[in-house]
Each structure stands twice: as C-alpha cells, then as structure tokens.
Design a protein around this ligand. Sequence first.
Ligand SMILES: Cc1cc2nc3c(=O)[nH]c(=O)nc-3n(C[C@H](O)[C@H](O)[C@H](O)COP(=O)(O)OP(=O)(O)OC[C@H]3O[C@@H](n4cnc5c(N)ncnc54)[C@H](O)[C@@H]3O)c2cc1C
Length: 398
Amino acid sequence: MDDLLVTGGGMAGLSAALVALRAGLKVTLLEQAEVFSEVGAGIQLGPNAVRVLHDWGLEARLRAVAAFPEALCVRDARSGGLLGQLTLGAAIRQRYGQPYATLHRADLHQILLRQVLGSVDCRLRQRVQGFEQDEARVRLQTEDGARYQADALLGCDGLWSRVRAQLLADGPPVFSGDLAYRAMVPVADLPPDLRRNEVTVWLAPGLHAVNYPVRAGEWMNIIVVVEGEIPSDPESWDHAAQASRLRAALGAVHGDFDRLLQAVAEWRLWPLNVRPPMRGPREHARGRVALLGDAAHPTRPYLAQGAAMALEDAWTLGRLLEQPRWRVAGRLDWPGLLQALAQQRWRRNGWIQQRSRRNGLIFHASGPLRWGRDLAMGLLGERLIDLPELYRGPPRPV
Ligand SMILES: Cc1cc2nc3c(=O)[nH]c(=O)nc-3n(C[C@H](O)[C@H](O)[C@H](O)COP(=O)(O)OP(=O)(O)OC[C@H]3O[C@@H](n4cnc5c(N)ncnc54)[C@H](O)[C@@H]3O)c2cc1C
C-alpha cells in the first residue's frame, strides 16, 4: 500500500489527508500542537470552495454550521454610503450551482477533522524539523528526534513551513505592512439594525473592514485591516491597548460601523505576513515532496481565498489520485503525480495571490484611484465585484 506523510493539521493538511485516505493510501499526519484547533475567527467560502466540500459529501455538515449571506455590500467607512453590491443568496447559487457561505473557522476545521480522525494516523506534538528524499522514499525527523518515512510528503505546515524552508530555501515570509484586528460578537448583542445577513466591506484610505455572520447567524465576525508597524510582541497586548490603537488608526467612521466596533469585547491582532505570488510549478513540488495551502501560497486575505486555495489544492490532488495513469506496476508515480498537481495549480494560486494584493491597493486607495474605484463600482456594480473565473472553480485536472 502506498503511504504518505502530511505535516500540519490545518485546513490544507486535513483536506489533503481526507483525499489521500479516500484514495486508499496509508496516511500519517504530524501536527505540532497539543490538540487540533483553529483560531476563533470567521472565514468566507466562495462557491468554488463550497463546491469542493459538496464534492466531498460535506454539504449537509456545512449547512448545519454556516451562514449564507444574502448580499455582499461595499460601503464607505466614513460616510456609510453604499458603493457597490453583489447579490448572494439564491442568485449566486443559481449562477454557480453552489452558495456563498460564511462560517467559524473552528466549524470548518471540525468538519474536516471528523473525516480523518480514526482512519488517518494523526500524531500530535510532532514538530517537523527536516526531511530528506531519494528516488524511493522520503524520510522526516521531528524536533524531539522521532523519525518517519513514506513514499511522499505533503508540506501543509502553513505560513512558516519547515518543509518549504528546506525544499525551496527561499527565506521566511515578510510583513505586508497591514495589521488585521479580528473579533467575534454575539449577534444578540448588536443593535437590531446591524444584525444583517450580509457580508459588509467598509472602505477608507489606508484601511478596510469586513463583517459577516457565522455560527448559523448567531455570531458576527469582524476583521479590520489597517496599515501600521508590526508590534514587537502582539500576544502581550491587552484588549484596551489594542482597541485604543485601532481607534486611533481608524479615525472618525460612520455611525453604523462605529456601533459595530463598540460591541467588540476583545480584539485579536494578526500581523499579515506574505510571499510574492507563485512564479512556477517548482514552488509547489519537487520530487516526492509537495507544498499545499499557506506553505505554498500565503496570501493577503483580501479576496477571501486562502483556505479556498488549500481546499482546491487537495481537491485537485484527489482527482489526480483517481487517474490510473499515475499507477506504475501497482505503485503510485509520486514525482509524476506531484508534478502534475503543481502544473495544474500554480498559475491559479499565483493569480489569486496577485489579485488579493491588488484588492488591498484598491480597498485602501486614496485620491484619484479612490475616486475612480467608487465611480467604477457605481457604474459597473455587480460586474466589478463578481468573480466568475474564481467562483466557477476549481478547474478540473487534465
Ligand atoms: C485575517 C485573515 C482572514 C482570512 N479570511 C479568509 C477567508 O475569508 N476565506 C479564506 O478562504 N481564507 C481566509 N484566510 C486564509 C486562511 O486562513 C489560510 O489560507 C488557511 O488557514 C491556510 O490553511 P493551512 O492549513 O495551509 O495553514 P494553517 O491553518 O496555518 O495550518 C498549518 C498547520 O501546521 C501546523 N504546523 C506548523 N509548523 C509545523 C511543523 N513544523 N510541524 C508540524 N506541524 C506544523 C500548525 O500548527 C497548523 O496546525 C484568512 C487569513 C487571515 C490571516
């Protein structure tokens, strides 16, 4: 039986383990944390990501925990004026065959984890240190000296991936200049007129914010992104200090946005670190080792597609594993298969990284660029906000 090592138990690692398990592989997943967990924040899933979950038979589980917003509204953070709108709900489901969902990250993580627990050999407290590969095997060691080996290795160990550090040796990610403040508020604590089943994007020069419902509409997730310096120790900041720093960075905002911010009991600061968009397939896979998710393509979250890319990577892997042509004398041709995965994925992932970066510039625009943006949104409306090339995905492997 072919065996596979997966490092990291986030969205990418769990999704990769899920498809490998379904393809009949023996999977060992190594996670550095003491328990599987996710940060207390929300996540948006466009129809392309929901399509992946649907294909994996997880739609009912998604429906039980997600919210399905009726619209995505772009507003001026200072005046509150509506700049543009994309109808979601039934309209987007009709257009793309799948809905637009918003949910708690822990809920998505649990959905995936339940698919692999008990069937995948999940090892916690295993921090990967390094690996080596030859024509036949990959050998890996952890910081506490444990050793593993398999036919192939999927590095799904996130932004600061150890597998990437060794495979590509291209240095650490860099701070983007943007700080994300994240919070969750019980919807019941919000004034009734703010309890909208919508994704609202607030724009102002040098900043933007996004809020949307999660937990089947019971909580409101809020992210505010401002430009600023990376604090030396973000973990040590208390809420009051964070809230007042954020307020100072925001300046005067519209009353609705202001009341939303006032409802927050605790902010969490998240400096956004990134890498340049992917430049070729060799950044995805070499030999028997591939990178999936943030390990391969960390991105600014301004297109809400980071986890979607991780899901799409795994979905494509699953589809490739179904193709008989990767079996030679009953064994998988891992270098060939991972090369095919890299070829199928790198352009789209690089494009999403690039579009996310561009979205940040547009969101934070001032002067003539801001004026042009607002005018274009007013004139083109849905056509500007909708993303057919993205939402029709993931593209089928050839
Ligand atoms: C503010 C913000 C908002 C976002 N919003 C969205 C959104 O709306 N929609 C969307 O699709 N995406 C969004 N994203 C992006 C999304 O969160 C990430 O792309 C996604 O979580 C990446 O998953 P991953 O599994 O690749 O990495 P991670 O979630 O980082 O998981 C990596 C795992 O590997 C483990 N690990 C790390 N190093 C080692 C090691 N050496 N050994 C063993 N294990 C290790 C970690 O403990 C972790 O469990 C957002 C990101 C941010 C920052």
